[in-house]
Design a protein around this ligand. Structure first.
Ligand code: UT7
Length: 325
């Protein structure tokens, strides 16, 4: 086992300025504020401006994370960016971010695991750090899902929003600065048999169009509740902990009912759960780092706190990460 661990040095987030409320949406699609709030907990979502791209959101969040960490962009030697809405099919949006931040060294690539993307990216970056292949990593989740929504499909267009969040990880000795701190474990899963329950009906190899998001909501919901409960248990078991040890649950923000179900199974009270779905909607790979940044920024998450993150998304993919702040 490596004696290196990834310390979380700082986080940052960015939301496009335009907030779209449920009632505004109800003017163009057959829905209502009551239905959306009751079924999902969502009240509004942010929408990127014309010409505002995933890389723009990612750069803003990354810049804020670097500032919070007190680390120069030039010291970053790894960028892992989770997105399903890259600026272009290629190159990786991470390389655009790298150039814009003035970083000239190390590796930069995208990870695509839809709503689990940030947990996947965090696991990848953490393993690079533990293997000694990176010293300071930027882990970013950034999305412009508004661009792949069918705005006439009320079953999906009310759910998603745009945004970005980022973390800065730094290598530290687990018997020194990172004793009992940093990323403690990550747990990733996929079951590709369900790849057609949540997908985009386009792509360079199939239709040569970008396509629109399609979802069997009930199917996703059912699997999310089961898979998230399992991966959370797996994470606690792997660390010899119980739910009572957790200071903060930072869940993927898809639906308040899914979050409540996970919290109920863990026996966690609502004041230990970071909730942003009401204001952000489902921002896919950006949702966990957006929620983290909010709770760190307003002082809820403090140094030494045990933070459990989890997410589930298209593929299906799902996972969890445990970190001591
Ligand atoms: O982040 C990736 C993971 N994604 C998720 O976790 C999403 C998981 N799924 C969900 O969150 C829920 O399944 C939804 C919020 C998408 C849907 O909630 P539901 O309680 O499963 O509703 P439903 O799909 O069973 O639809 C119930 C009714 C239907 O009408 P009928 O057939 O009963 O007459 C829908 O047509 O609600 C209707 N409906 C709507 N009504 C008003 C669906 N969307 C809307 C809407 N406004 N926006």
């Amino acid at each position: 086992m490596s004696d290196i661990r990834s310390l979380v040095r700082g986080c940052g987030a960015y939301l496009p300025s335009r907030a779209l409320s449920n009632s505004e949406l109800a003017q163009s699609v057959d829905t209502s504020d009551e239905w959306i709030v009751e079924r999902t907990g969502i009240r509004q979502r942010h929408i990127a401006a014309e010409g505002e791209m995933t890389s723009d959101l990612a750069c803003m969040a990354a810049g804020r994370a670097l500032e919070a960490a007190g680390i120069d962009a030039g010291d970053i030697d790894l960028i892992v960016l989770a997105t399903s809405t890259p600026d272009q099919t290629f190159p990786a949006t991470a390389t655009v971010v790298q150039a814009r931040l003035g970083i000239r060294q190390g590796a930069a690539f995208d990870v695509q695991a839809v709503c689990s993307g940030f947990i996947y990216a965090l696991a990848v970056a953490d393993n690079f750090v533990k293997a000694g292949q990176a010293k300071r990593a930027l882990v970013i989740g950034a999305e412009t899902f508004s661009r792949i929504l069918d705005w006439e499909d009320r079953g999906t267009c009310v759910l998603f929003g745009d945004g970005a969040g980022a973390l800065v990880l730094e290598a530290a000795k687990s018997n020194g600065a990172a004793a009992n701190r940093g990323v403690l474990s990550t747990h990733l899963h996929a079951d590709g048999r369900h790849h057609d329950a949540l997908y985009v009906d386009g792509g360079p190899s199939s239709t040569r169009t970008t396509g629109y998001l399609r979802m069997n909501g009930r199917e996703v919901f059912r699997h999310a509740v089961t898979n998230l409960a399992r991966v959370v248990d797996e994470t606690l078991d792997a660390n010899g902990l119980t739910a009572a040890d957790i200071d903060w649950l930072v869940p993927h923000q898809a639906n308040k009912r899914i979050i409540d179900s996970t919290a109920r199974k863990l026996g966690l009270s609502s004041d230990k759960i970071v909730l942003t779905v009401d204001r952000h909607g489902n921002t896919s790979a950006a949702s966990v780092p957006l929620a983290l940044s909010e709770a760190v920024g307003d002082g809820r998450i403090q140094e030494g706190d045990l933070v459990l993150m989890e997410a589930m998304g298209g593929g299906f993919t799902w996972g969890a990460a445990l970190a001591r702040w």
